[in-house]
Design a protein around this ligand. Structure first.
Ligand code: SF4
Length: 99
């Protein structure tokens, strides 16, 4: 997380729990198709659930910004399917603002 300081405002480490696991843990071979997360995604989501909120928030926003992450894998405590849904919701909100 290059955009985060090493510690939170309360002095807690902004540590990424995923750093202790192989990268492919976050890119399971089976992904949900809009429904419940697959077994592989659930494992990664459990790891993300232990991530400090500030770190998870930054991770999610980064994943939403980069289309490659939008397409595959678990990041920021979300599946790719969930991020696509967030992106659709944000686009709809932006369109509603300009209309
Ligand atoms: S939220 Fe992001 S930084 Fe935190 S464990 Fe999950 S993938 Fe890693």
């Amino acid at each position: 997380m290059s955009s985060l300081p090493e510690t939170s405002k309360r002095g807690e480490p902004n540590r990424r729990p995923c750093a202790d696991y192989p990268l492919d843990q976050f890119f399971p071979t089976t992904e949900s198709k809009g429904g419940s997360p697959s077994a592989g995604e659930k494992l990664a989501l459990r790891i993300c659930a232990t991530c400090p909120l500030a770190v998870r928030g930054v991770c999610l926003e980064e994943a939403l910004r980069f289309p490659a992450y939008d397409q595959h894998g678990v990041a920021g405590g979300t599946t790719a399917s969930q991020r696509r849904s967030i992106i659709r919701g944000r686009r709809a909100a932006q369109l509603a603002e300009v209309a």
